[in-house]
Ligand binder design. Structure first.
Ligand code: ZN
Length: 567
């Protein structure tokens, strides 16, 4: 019997083992910080780690047939886990124009018209936009788009996924007109003084208004999109991620599921992807939802560990950048407006209770403080009814984003035992916009990593890519800087250390995903899923001040090099 036996030595191994989520608590355990015990060598056979230690301890384990690699000082960390992303959406978006880096909307329209001129005569222009950095910082309207591109349908998706902008032809094909009704929580059609749609539709399901009109994507194209996302994730050192709203990409749950299965069966999906069905799309709040096994039944059993189904996605509100996050008080830049609740409190509670009873780990999107309140009401109801005390912690029910928190909300989160899944790169992307939306005092209550960690709340970091580019290394820098694109700090006292951010992106994220038995630490018996970096991400502040950071030299999944090389 041949064993594929590999020894990596002569490097720095940040094990994220023998430590806790904060540097202070880690020192009490005898580790230097939250990046855990340091080693210089690691050995693995096939997909499992056999030994971790010094070169003197590990090198003698190498036999004549072993592969021995001198890391020459490079740094090995546990492969990154991203518990909240949209890989199918990322793969589908990869070929689309994204406007947002221009000076203003006019510059963006020029780029869009350029892109349109390269398309077939009948093709839709499908693109993405981010208005937050334009001088005028407003959504493009049908008039803007008609002037730039009058002769074909144009449909732009906001990067957050919480708004759409369409030209007149796209509105006509989709049948969106003065008669189109708003559906509370799902979409709101922006109208001019005559009641005509302006072309802007906000809300978490705004895209579904256009779904039937947009030319369909073939199953082969969807599987290709998954494979494309897989390559991008592997290049960023990600070994496990999640589709945190399966079926949200305008293709429906069945087609999305088939795309993941097809790519995984062909060996074109390298990181594992937890599939989180968006339960709100599958039925009304008072109906019993399907159980995890019902969804997993359409996945061949040999792929169950590559495509785990144990968690579901619900939504309480929208996004801060589109003013659809639900706030307790008015938006600072739009008096009288408090955002959109996706469902009223009773419906959300019914969904959370139903999903808990069906056996799901429930992951609920909540960005504004009022949305977090509503999720906490629902989680407390789980404990008060069927679940009993400890049910939320045991099932690891999560709040996704949990961006705007006051001290009372943090106390409630700690008491009910919820896990937080947070996205530090959001602040680097839109921190200045958050300050405009909320004013200085409330903006200082955004993404309170330090406070939630101090309260003992389990925290996972992730990206929500493709909302942002999503590389974990960029996420670590963003957590340490805690500043918007202008460089102005949002809540610097809530920043983490780089070691704490690494912990949240590995051990913390693995636990939040139910994968801590395999991933998140470099220790004997864990999977050989590793990222090899060009430099130590916990050392100094090199890239956090804008200089280039550590590069991902290689990514290993199950002991196989899936990106880069070890040479
Ligand atoms: Zn998301």
């Amino acid at each position: 019997m041949t064993h594929r036996y590999v020894v990596l030595h002569g490097g720095l191994i940040l094990t994220v083992d023998g430590c806790a989520a904060t540097d202070a608590a880690s020192r009490a355990l005898g580790a230097p910080d939250a990046a855990g015990r340091r080693a210089t060598a690691v050995a693995f056979a096939h997909d499992r780690i056999l030994a971790v230690g010094t070169d003197a301890e590990v090198l003698p384990l190498a036999g004549p047939d072993s592969t021995v690699v001198d890391l020459r000082g490079r740094v090995v960390v546990p492969g990154f886990v991203d518990p909240h992303a949209h890989p199918l959406g990322e793969g589908m978006d990869a070929g689309k124009v994204l406007v947002g880096s221009e000076l203003d909307l006019r510059g963006a329209l020029r780029r869009l018209s350029d892109a349109a001129s390269r398309l077939d005569p009948d093709a839709w222009l499908l693109a993405r936009y981010d208005q937050t950095r334009w001088r005028d910082a407003r959504h493009p309207t049908r008039d803007d788009l008609d002037r730039a591109i009058p002769d074909r349908p144009v449909l732009l998706a906001h990067v957050s996924g919480h708004a759409m902008a369409a030209n007149s032809l796209a509105l006509a094909f989709a049948g969106v007109g003065p008669q189109t009704a708003d559906v509370a929580g799902r979409w709101a059609v922006e109208r001019d003084v005559h009641g005509e749609p302006t072309g802007v539709v906000v809300g978490t399901d705004a895209a579904s208004l256009f779904e039937a009109a947009v030319p369909p994507v073939t199953p082969g194209e969807l599987a290709d999109a998954v494979a494309r996302a897989s390559d991008r994730l592997a290049a960023d050192g990600v070994v496990a991620t999640a589709d945190a709203d399966l079926g949200s990409d305008g293709v429906g749950l069945e087609a999305a599921l088939r795309a993941y299965v097809a790519a995984a069966a062909d060996g074109r999906l390298r990181p594992s992807v937890s599939l989180l069905p968006g339960l709100a799309r599958l039925g009304p709040p008072d109906a019993a939802p399907p159980a995890p096994a019902d969804i997993a039944a359409s996945i061949p059993p040999r792929l169950w560990d590559r495509l785990p189904v144990r968690s579901c996605k619900l939504k309480a509100d929208g996004a801060m950048t589109t003013r659809t996050a639900r706030l307790r008080d008015d938006y600072a830049d739009e008096p009288g407006w408090r955002g959109l609740a996706v469902e009223d409190a009773d419906a959300l509670r019914a969904r959370v209770l139903g999903a808990h009873a069906a056996g799901w780990q429930v992951c609920t999107h909540a960005i504004g403080d009022a949305a977090v309140d509503a999720v906490l009401d629902a989680l407390e109801a789980v404990e008060a009814s069927a679940g009993g005390p400890g049910a939320v912690a045991t099932r690891r029910h999560r709040i996704e984003h949990a961006m705007l928190l006051d001290d009372a909300a943090i106390d409630r989160i700690a008491r009910v035992g919820a896990t937080l899944s947070m996205q530090p790169e959001f602040v680097a992307w839109a921190g200045d916009t958050y300050r405009a939306r909320l004013g200085d005092a409330r903006a200082a209550r955004m993404n309170r990593y330090r406070s939630v960690l101090a309260a003992g709340i389990p925290v996972a970091f992730g990206s929500d890519r493709p909302v942002v580019l999503g590389a974990p290394i960029a996420g670590i820098a963003a957590a340490v800087r805690h500043a918007g694109p202008s460089g102005t700090g949002l809540a610097p006292e809530e920043a983490t250390s780089a070691a704490e951010a690494l912990h949240a992106w590995t051990a913390g994220a693995a636990r939040a995903s139910g994968l801590e038995g395999d991933l998140g630490r470099i220790a004997v018996g864990m999977r050989a899923d590793l990222a090899v970096l060009s430099a130590d991400p916990t050392e100094g502040r090199p890239w956090q001040d804008g200089r280039p950071g550590p590069k991902v030299v290689a990514t290993l999944i199950g002991g196989d090099v899936v990106h880069g090389d070890l040479g």
